[in-house]
Design a protein around this ligand. Sequence first.
Ligand SMILES: NC(=O)c1ccc[n+]([C@@H]2O[C@H](COP(=O)([O-])OP(=O)(O)OC[C@H]3O[C@@H](n4cnc5c(N)ncnc54)[C@H](OP(=O)(O)O)[C@@H]3O)[C@@H](O)[C@H]2O)c1
Length: 272
Amino acid sequence: MDRKIGIIGYGSMGRMLVEKFMDSQCVSAKDLLVANRTFEKIVHLKDKCTVCESNREATKEADIVFLCVRPVDMKDILLEIKEHIKEDSLLVSLNGSIMFEQIEQICKGKIAKAIPSVTAEVNQSQTLVCYNEQVTDADKECLTGLLSCMGMVIELPEHEMGMGSELVSCMPGFIAAIFQELCESAKKHTSLSESQIARMVLHTMEGTGTLMLEKEYSFEDVISRVATKGGITEEGTKVIQEQFPVVADDVFEKTLEKRRQTTEKARESFEG
Ligand SMILES: NC(=O)c1ccc[n+]([C@@H]2O[C@H](COP(=O)([O-])OP(=O)(O)OC[C@H]3O[C@@H](n4cnc5c(N)ncnc54)[C@H](OP(=O)(O)O)[C@@H]3O)[C@@H](O)[C@H]2O)c1
């Protein structure tokens, strides 16, 4: 790709994007422009990409600018770079709580949001993207091509980014928490080591996912394949089906409420 890519913020997300773009060689060193508030943190990149001394420098020639900063820092950065964004450039916010209408109060052009998941580290991200109305199909194709270096890219309408994030971005945490409980309980009934239990469960999770995706099995299909009537698995699945719905409902009620509060806080910080 011969487009110039600006990255503002070299924290957890910014670093991941820089590493993925460099490793996949989808952006050349001279075309990858990186800026961070604490300049010392990016000095070591100077042989691998273009290290910028200011956010303006990372913006003024970039065709796509990724804003990898916390919501509290977003408004000041937009005010700082707005005069330097090229007319046709695409601004990509990695933050899910700040809405297009807020960014558009400062920057009127093409804006996207991109939310990668932690599984991007092993190139299995399901990165969620949404776009404002100015973004063209060619821009979408370009951003999708770029983000594909770390997995799948899924476009959603802006109002579905919240639930989308629960399903792909928060889900690794939910899955880990559920299976941690199951492993803890298994430990009480066996002399197998903790790590052996975890490995067995993890490979089973991976295998079950692959089985379902490749064979297009539904959850119901898997349950009926394994939990034969009157058998052992049925005893376990019955407990889960009876007791888990309350927990599942609570998970989404709590997280979606927290998301509403975070969005409101972001709105206030923008308007303040
Ligand atoms: N972490 C995740 O798993 C995840 C997933 C999806 C989306 N996101 C979103 O991605 C965004 C970034 O999250 P993060 O976890 O990467 O945050 P982070 O680790 O705190 O990194 C934020 C970076 O922004 C830099 N920064 C702050 N103000 C700046 C300024 N004025 N100019 C240039 N750089 C500035 C900070 O520089 P210093 O070095 O000076 O602190 C820091 O390197 C957030 O909006 C978050 O909601 C995060």
